[in-house]
Ligand binder design. Structure first.
Ligand code: NAD
Ligand code: UGA
Length: 472
């Protein structure tokens, strides 16, 4: 029988994704005395996490390979044996996906909690003794109650007991290891003092206890949604400013710098771009909107909904700019798409602005050569719902695309180059060479403001930069 007051010896994490994998790697690294097992219903994913060749891990995250090579099979294990991993655990993180519902009540707005519920049911069936259950997934306010109810159904029979905590994750992809090692804060929501302390004890191995904030469960759940809503709101705000700059002759980076030097505003998260992507911003705001409507606050819901509307507007306006600069026609034209992930340093493409832009350009009849340093061809096929064209020659296949590993081959004979992700690989391209290999008059579209406009123009290329008043 596990003892409530004892130090945590066995952790199980349900969900081996972008959060579960890196978070548990860091916990295992910092707590060599704790056995950490990450389980998943996706056996293929677990096999990838166990791959000897670290290049085959299911996610790309800078420095993750180093940590994995230190801790895997020492005190970090990836397993399909959900039942036994839960049985052994004193503490279980639920780190499963919580996407937006696609049908039924709350469709397109509320979270689909089926994976969270199935995790709670697995815990309820297999746990033994006392178990601390920690919500790591981002969840609508009061989900802990649902988890408690499910767990309570198995309480009396088998000498089982549970306490439920909320401990939302704030890491951002591409910077996950640094975010986990040096978090701005760790948030723990709960009522049970012993369980909160047990979880705190894990984090204080490497996080200053002053950074650990304890709240009630509902505040913790809501804080996570609000943090993401505020971050996304900043991006939509600066993206609206990019449009004003283009119309008025101002330069968005100059405005962002001037505004961001005010300490009350701050300089971070003021980079304009093709719209925010990633699996969370949109879904978490939609969730907040759903909650506001549920609690009878339609004006508040409308306020937050506008952040998403502006994001969609930004994505569409970039598509329209590309088509209009190419004389309103992209048929029989090759366009090089540089970057398909939603941001640099990740292979994640969920909600990437590249997806809608590419779909729109394909629909217009363009032929696309898509390059990304980390996203694989089959992922792009899934996202575009379209197989790569069999003909990758310059005999442009209308509305077709192919995956091109070499940046310069992607650009070769193209009429336009669209930079969508801020990968370092795209920052210092050879513009003279590009000028020689493109079809004139070629256009360069920089939606991330990462290239030197003077060099591009000196090479004789046409340039459109997001938020640049000189575009007019
Ligand atoms: P993900 O899709 O990468 O991983 C979730 C994993 O859970 C999947 O591999 C899935 O197969 C597995 N799973 C689902 N149900 C299961 C079950 N019953 N038993 C075992 N495994 C199960 O998702 P993610 O990006 O890691 O996000 C997880 C949660 O964390 C979400 O709620 C998300 O909002 C939140 N979050 C994500 C990030 C991020 O950067 N991705 C950051 C902070 C918070
Ligand atoms: C975001 C938050 O930053 C994390 O704190 C949070 O834990 C996570 O969501 C989550 O809950 O999933 P992430 O989506 O991984 O992290 O990456 P961000 O760096 O926030 O970028 C999100 C999107 O906004 C990207 O498309 C990025 O290109 C865009 N962005 C970001 C901008 O356009 N401008 C900026 O200044 C910053």
């Amino acid at each position: 029988m596990k003892n409530l007051k004892s130090k945590i010896k066995n952790i199980c994490c349900i969900g081996a994704g972008y959060v579960g994998g890196p978070t548990m790697s860091v916990i295992a690294d910092k707590c060599p005395d704790i056995m950490v097992t990450v389980v998943d219903i996706n056996t293929e994913k677990i096999n990838c996490w166990n791959e000897e060749d670290l290049k085959k891990l299911p996610i790309y995250e800078p420095n993750l390979e180093d940590v994995i090579s230190r801790v895997r099979n020492r005190n970090l294990f990836f397993s399909n044996d959900i039942e036994n991993s839960i049985k052994k655990a004193d503490l279980i993180f639920i780190s499963v996906n919580t996407p937006i519902k696609e049908k039924g009540i709350g469709s397109g707005k509320a979270s689909n909690l089926k994976w969270v519920e199935s995790s709670a049911r697995q815990i309820s069936s297999y746990a033994e003794g006392h178990t601390i259950v920690v919500e790591k997934s981002t969840l609508p306010v009061r989900t802990a109650e649902t988890i408690k109810n499910i767990l309570a159904s198995s309480f009396k029979d088998n000498n089982k007991s549970f306490s439920v905590l909320s401990n939302p994750e704030f890491l951002s992809e591409g910077n996950a290891l640094d975010d986990l090692l040096n978090p701005d804060r760790v948030l723990i929501g709960g009522e049970d003092y012993d369980s909160i302390n047990a979880l705190k004890e894990i984090y204080t191995r490497w996080v200053d206890s002053k950074k650990i904030i304890c709240t009630n469960v509902w505040s913790s759940e809501l804080s996570k949604l609000v943090a993401n809503a505020f971050l996304a709101q900043r991006i939509s705000s600066i993206n609206t400013v990019s449009a004003i700059c283009e119309a008025s002759g101002a330069e968005v980076n100059e405005v962002a710098k001037a505004v961001g030097t005010d300490k009350r505003i701050g300089s971070k998260f003021l980079n304009p771009g093709p719209g925010f992507g990633g699996s969370c911003f949109k879904k978490d705001i939609l969730n907040l909107v759903y909650l506001c409507n549920h609690f009878g606050l339609p004006e508040v819901a409308e306020y937050w909904e506008q952040v998403i509307k502006m994001n969609t507007w930004q994505q569409e306006r970039i598509y329209k700019v590309v088509v209009s600069r190419l004389f309103g026609n992209v048929v029989n034209k090759k366009l090089a798409i540089l970057g398909f992930s939603f941001k640099s340093n990740t292979n994640d493409t969920r909600e990437s602005p590249a997806i809608e832009l590419c779909k729109n350009l394909l629909n217009e009849g363009a032929f696309l050569a898509i390059n990304d340093p980390k996203v694989k061809k089959n992922q792009i096929e899934k996202d575009l719902n379209l197989n790569e064209s069999p003909d990758q020659d310059i005999n442009f296949s209308e509305g077709g695309w192919y995956y091109e590993e070499s940046v310069y081959n992607a650009i070769d004979k193209s009429d336009g180059v669209i930079i969508l992700t801020e990968w370092n690989e795209y920052r210092n391209l050879d513009w003279d060479k590009i000028s020689r290999i493109t079809r004139k008059p070629a256009w360069i579209f920089d939606t991330r403001l990462i290239i030197d406009p003077i060099k591009v123009k000196e090479a004789g290329l046409n340039l459109w930069r997001l938020g640049d008043g000189n575009n007019r």
